[in-house]
Design a protein around this ligand. Structure first.
Ligand code: SF4
Length: 167
Protein backbone atom coordinates (compact mmCIF):
# COMPACT_ATOMS: atom_id res chain seq x y z
CA UNK A 1 0.00 0.00 0.00
CA UNK A 2 1.51 3.29 -1.12
CA UNK A 3 -0.37 5.58 1.21
CA UNK A 4 -1.86 4.20 4.44
CA UNK A 5 -3.82 7.44 4.81
CA UNK A 6 -5.16 7.46 1.26
CA UNK A 7 -8.73 6.93 2.43
CA UNK A 8 -8.42 10.10 4.54
CA UNK A 9 -6.82 12.17 1.79
CA UNK A 10 -9.09 11.24 -1.09
CA UNK A 11 -12.87 11.39 -0.90
CA UNK A 12 -14.88 8.88 -2.89
CA UNK A 13 -15.44 10.18 -6.39
CA UNK A 14 -17.44 8.18 -8.89
CA UNK A 15 -17.05 8.45 -12.64
CA UNK A 16 -20.36 10.27 -12.95
CA UNK A 17 -23.25 10.06 -15.37
CA UNK A 18 -24.69 12.21 -18.08
CA UNK A 19 -27.62 14.32 -17.02
CA UNK A 20 -31.12 13.01 -17.67
CA UNK A 21 -31.55 15.69 -20.32
CA UNK A 22 -28.49 14.36 -22.14
CA UNK A 23 -29.16 10.67 -21.77
CA UNK A 24 -32.74 10.69 -23.03
CA UNK A 25 -31.47 11.86 -26.42
CA UNK A 26 -29.55 8.70 -27.31
CA UNK A 27 -29.23 4.97 -26.61
CA UNK A 28 -25.51 4.99 -25.89
CA UNK A 29 -23.76 4.42 -22.58
CA UNK A 30 -24.45 7.26 -20.19
CA UNK A 31 -22.16 6.34 -17.30
CA UNK A 32 -18.91 8.18 -17.91
CA UNK A 33 -15.55 6.43 -17.99
CA UNK A 34 -13.27 7.08 -15.02
CA UNK A 35 -10.00 8.70 -16.19
CA UNK A 36 -6.88 6.74 -15.31
CA UNK A 37 -5.61 9.39 -12.91
CA UNK A 38 -8.92 9.37 -11.07
CA UNK A 39 -8.99 5.56 -10.92
CA UNK A 40 -5.48 5.50 -9.46
CA UNK A 41 -6.44 8.13 -6.88
CA UNK A 42 -9.56 6.19 -5.93
CA UNK A 43 -7.54 2.97 -5.63
CA UNK A 44 -5.38 4.76 -3.04
CA UNK A 45 -8.45 4.78 -0.79
CA UNK A 46 -8.14 1.00 -0.43
CA UNK A 47 -6.73 0.24 3.01
CA UNK A 48 -5.57 -3.26 2.00
CA UNK A 49 -7.40 -3.95 5.19
CA UNK A 50 -6.37 -7.54 5.73
CA UNK A 51 -10.01 -8.62 5.90
CA UNK A 52 -10.93 -8.06 2.26
CA UNK A 53 -14.66 -8.60 2.37
CA UNK A 54 -14.70 -7.11 -1.11
CA UNK A 55 -12.96 -10.27 -2.34
CA UNK A 56 -15.12 -12.54 -0.17
CA UNK A 57 -18.41 -11.12 -1.45
CA UNK A 58 -17.40 -10.72 -5.08
CA UNK A 59 -19.27 -13.48 -6.97
CA UNK A 60 -16.11 -14.33 -8.95
CA UNK A 61 -13.71 -13.53 -6.09
CA UNK A 62 -11.82 -10.83 -7.91
CA UNK A 63 -8.43 -10.00 -6.41
CA UNK A 64 -9.50 -6.46 -5.61
CA UNK A 65 -6.85 -5.30 -3.10
CA UNK A 66 -4.17 -6.62 -5.46
CA UNK A 67 -5.33 -4.62 -8.47
CA UNK A 68 -5.95 -1.56 -6.37
CA UNK A 69 -2.32 -1.61 -5.31
CA UNK A 70 -1.05 -2.32 -8.82
CA UNK A 71 -2.74 0.66 -10.40
CA UNK A 72 -1.60 3.02 -7.66
CA UNK A 73 1.88 2.07 -8.88
CA UNK A 74 0.83 2.47 -12.54
CA UNK A 75 1.14 -1.27 -13.26
CA UNK A 76 -1.97 -1.31 -15.39
CA UNK A 77 -1.08 -4.33 -17.45
CA UNK A 78 -0.39 -6.45 -14.38
CA UNK A 79 -3.61 -5.23 -12.85
CA UNK A 80 -5.45 -6.43 -15.96
CA UNK A 81 -3.73 -9.82 -15.73
CA UNK A 82 -4.91 -10.12 -12.13
CA UNK A 83 -8.42 -9.12 -13.10
CA UNK A 84 -8.47 -11.49 -16.07
CA UNK A 85 -7.33 -14.38 -13.88
CA UNK A 86 -10.69 -14.47 -12.07
CA UNK A 87 -13.07 -12.71 -14.43
CA UNK A 88 -13.77 -13.59 -18.05
CA UNK A 89 -15.66 -10.42 -18.92
CA UNK A 90 -14.61 -7.49 -16.72
CA UNK A 91 -15.67 -5.03 -19.43
CA UNK A 92 -19.24 -6.18 -18.67
CA UNK A 93 -19.10 -6.65 -14.90
CA UNK A 94 -17.39 -3.26 -14.54
CA UNK A 95 -20.61 -1.84 -15.98
CA UNK A 96 -23.46 -4.18 -15.03
CA UNK A 97 -22.54 -5.89 -11.77
CA UNK A 98 -24.51 -4.58 -8.73
CA UNK A 99 -21.14 -4.50 -6.94
CA UNK A 100 -21.71 -6.39 -3.69
CA UNK A 101 -17.96 -5.83 -3.21
CA UNK A 102 -18.64 -2.16 -2.52
CA UNK A 103 -21.42 -2.97 -0.05
CA UNK A 104 -19.00 -5.30 1.74
CA UNK A 105 -15.94 -3.00 1.66
CA UNK A 106 -14.52 -2.55 5.16
CA UNK A 107 -14.13 1.16 4.57
CA UNK A 108 -17.91 1.41 4.35
CA UNK A 109 -18.15 0.87 8.12
CA UNK A 110 -16.84 4.38 8.70
CA UNK A 111 -16.84 6.10 5.30
CA UNK A 112 -17.84 5.70 1.67
CA UNK A 113 -16.58 2.44 0.14
CA UNK A 114 -13.83 2.20 -2.46
CA UNK A 115 -15.14 2.75 -6.02
CA UNK A 116 -14.30 -0.84 -6.96
CA UNK A 117 -16.71 -1.12 -9.88
CA UNK A 118 -15.45 2.03 -11.60
CA UNK A 119 -11.85 0.94 -11.08
CA UNK A 120 -12.61 -2.46 -12.58
CA UNK A 121 -14.12 -0.85 -15.64
CA UNK A 122 -11.13 1.50 -15.98
CA UNK A 123 -8.69 -1.45 -15.92
CA UNK A 124 -10.71 -3.43 -18.47
CA UNK A 125 -11.25 -0.48 -20.81
CA UNK A 126 -7.60 0.50 -20.73
CA UNK A 127 -6.54 -3.05 -21.59
CA UNK A 128 -9.08 -3.21 -24.41
CA UNK A 129 -8.00 0.11 -25.86
CA UNK A 130 -4.31 -0.82 -25.76
CA UNK A 131 -4.78 -4.11 -27.60
CA UNK A 132 -5.15 -3.81 -31.36
CA UNK A 133 -7.99 -5.68 -33.01
CA UNK A 134 -6.89 -9.18 -33.89
CA UNK A 135 -4.08 -9.25 -31.36
CA UNK A 136 -6.01 -9.59 -28.12
CA UNK A 137 -5.49 -12.61 -25.86
CA UNK A 138 -6.70 -15.86 -27.39
CA UNK A 139 -10.17 -17.10 -26.50
CA UNK A 140 -8.91 -20.07 -24.56
CA UNK A 141 -10.87 -22.04 -21.98
CA UNK A 142 -10.19 -21.00 -18.42
CA UNK A 143 -10.59 -22.58 -15.02
CA UNK A 144 -13.71 -20.61 -14.26
CA UNK A 145 -15.47 -21.10 -17.58
CA UNK A 146 -15.04 -20.21 -21.23
CA UNK A 147 -14.25 -16.91 -22.78
CA UNK A 148 -17.18 -15.71 -24.79
CA UNK A 149 -15.27 -13.70 -27.33
CA UNK A 150 -13.11 -14.98 -30.14
CA UNK A 151 -9.56 -13.63 -30.44
CA UNK A 152 -9.74 -9.98 -31.42
CA UNK A 153 -13.36 -9.50 -30.45
CA UNK A 154 -12.49 -8.44 -26.92
CA UNK A 155 -10.64 -5.43 -28.24
CA UNK A 156 -13.50 -4.61 -30.60
CA UNK A 157 -16.05 -4.76 -27.78
CA UNK A 158 -13.94 -2.57 -25.52
CA UNK A 159 -13.38 -0.06 -28.29
CA UNK A 160 -17.09 0.13 -29.02
CA UNK A 161 -17.65 0.96 -25.35
CA UNK A 162 -14.97 3.64 -25.51
CA UNK A 163 -16.48 5.14 -28.64
CA UNK A 164 -19.96 5.19 -27.20
CA UNK A 165 -18.68 6.79 -24.02
CA UNK A 166 -16.84 9.48 -25.92
CA UNK A 167 -19.41 9.94 -28.60
S1 SF4 B 1 -12.62 -4.37 1.73
FE1 SF4 B 1 -12.32 -2.27 0.89
S2 SF4 B 1 -10.55 -1.47 2.04
FE2 SF4 B 1 -10.54 -3.72 2.34
S3 SF4 B 1 -9.20 -4.54 0.70
FE3 SF4 B 1 -11.30 -4.52 -0.12
S4 SF4 B 1 -11.52 -2.55 -1.23
FE4 SF4 B 1 -9.71 -2.39 0.13
Amino acid sequence: MQDPYGFLRHPRQEAGKQTVRQRVRHWREYVRAMPESQAARQARRCMDCGTPYCHRYCPVHNLIPEWNELITEAHWQRAYQQLDSTNNFPELTGRLCPAPCEDACTLRRADQPVTIKGIERAIADRAGNRVGCGTSPAGEATASGWRWSAPGQYAKVANVHALSTNG
